[in-house]
Design a protein around this ligand. Structure first.
Ligand code: DWN
Length: 408
């Protein structure tokens, strides 16, 4: 297997088995034609990039029926508001002349803050349905995948950008060479390219293997980000850890030599050495930890079933597709999964075909246990689901370890 980034030989790490498209929530009449691929990961010893072996065609994942809307979490909405303020303060000297471009702008959750302040902006979003929601909020959005060609079209129409940003997007794009070239051509000399994604250090430390699914072709570290972007003249000058999505990293890059490299980069690189993110052994241990986690979750659910308990799932996340299919958990163990996204409700989970029910059914129900698939939003969910625990309901989590939470 060869690395997508540097073309060197890699080492295969995880084999999670046959896996469907993580966000392909489907109706019963589509079960027969459901698409599956082998979900496997590999680590490149040369450039230190942790990546999928095979990624399905992007058109199968991002299309007019893409099921994930960023605005489903209040905490994430707050996170994007703070992000917009922070970028504006740090990198916009004159709002009249500024231009902000966001890659994978989804429903406009971040850019709307620039739009409301009358700052020139453009979202680049490949999924038509979420782009439509963004436009309705006054966010200028181009439906496209970002790469060299899209960058040159934007350059011609709008000129160079002060900020090019992305959140939970870069790790989805296999051809980062084209993105890097596009960014370099579109960015002003003193412009900033800033993005954040789930962080490899957190995935390894928490055994959060559910971050691995079709859309996430890479799980980045600083080590890999430097190797990926430096050949194109983009320099990593600052990083900021984030608590979102179970532990993310925000990477700040500029054109080579345009800014002073801050201490944060050196410090985090030292942490990565301590975590062993440059060492294949770390990933072999991670593979064993995933297997242990799977066995423990399957055992727990079997025990609960044998004891006659009712178990449901909370939030039909993309991540849950990996958990359910890798662990072979179906509706015999989890009656249904409650989710707030109308597009998912009334359908079935990818691969294991567990029914997805509207959130209201969960609040009117009294199951004994709920598996918290949106563990990354735990704080927000525990706050609003006091009733569930008051009625005697218990949460099951599997990150960082499989357990029933006696108290939240
Ligand atoms: O990178 C990605 C991240 C940012 O978002 C994408 N590839 C897809 C998506 O991943 P996810 O589906 O695992 O994201 P979340 O935010 O962990 O989960 C969202 C799902 O959870 C939605 O279907 C809505 C649901 N949800 C819910 O039913 N009740 C979420 C919350 C917070 C809730 O209270």
């Amino acid at each position: 297997m060869f690395c997508r980034i540097c073309n060197n030989q890699t080492q295969v790490i995880n084999s999670f088995g046959r896996m469907p498209i993580a966000n392909n929530f489907l109706k019963q009449d589509s079960f027969k034609e459901e698409y599956f691929f082998d979900l496997e990961t590999m680590f490149c010893i040369s450039c230190k990039t942790f990546q999928l072996v095979e990624q399905p065609d992007p058109q199968l994942m991002f299309h007019e029926n893409y099921a994930f809307f960023s605005g489903t979490s209040k905490k994430m909405a707050e996170h994007f508001k703070i992000m917009a303020e922070s970028y504006r303060q740090q990198f916009i000297a004159d709002p009249q002349k500024a231009f902000v471009v966001e890659l994978g702008s989804n429903d406009g959750i971040m850019l709307k803050h620039f739009a409301r302040d009358g700052i020139k902006h453009l979202g680049v979003e490949p999924s038509e349905n979420v782009a439509h929601v963004a436009r309705e909020q006054g966010v200028a959005t181009k439906v496209a995948f970002f790469g060299e060609q899209t960058a040159s079209a934007i350059l011609e129409e709008h000129g160079q950008a002060d900020i090019i940003c992305a959140a939970n997007v870069m790790c989805h794009i296999p051809d980062l060479a084209s993105v890097a070239k596009g960014v370099v051509s579109l960015l002003k000399n003193d412009g900033v390219f800033v993005f954040e994604d789930p962080y490899l250090g957190d995935v390894i430390q928490k055994t959060s293997y559910d971050q691995i699914y079709d859309e996430h072709v890479y799980i980045f570290s600083l080590l890999s980000v430097q190797q990926i972007f430096e050949p194109y003249g983009l320099e990593l000058f600052h990083v900021e850890p984030q608590i979102t999505h179970g532990g993310s990293m925000r990477y700040y890059l500029c054109l080579q030599g345009q800014r002073v490299v801050q201490d944060s980069v050196k410090k985090q690189l030292e942490i990565e050495k301590t975590l062993g993110l440059d060492n294949v052994e770390t990933f072999i241990n991670f593979r064993d930890a995933c297997e242990k986690s799977r066995q423990e979750l399957v055992t727990l659910l079997k025990e609960l079933k044998a004891a006659g308990k009712r178990v449901v799932g909370y939030a039909a996340t993309s991540k849950s597709t990996t958990i359910l299919n890798y662990c072979g958990i179906g509706k015999e163990s989890i009656e249904y999964i409650s989710d707030t996204t109308p597009l998912k409700q009334g359908k079935f989970s990818p691969g294991m075909h567990i029914p997805i029910k509207p959130y209201q059914e969960f609040t009117n129900d009294t199951p004994d246990y709920a598996v918290l698939f949106a563990w990354n939003h735990a704080q927000e969910i525990f706050e609003k689901e006091e009733n569930f625990t008051k009625k005697g309901g218990k949460w099951i989590t599997f990150i960082p370890e499989v357990k029933v939470l006696e108290q939240v």
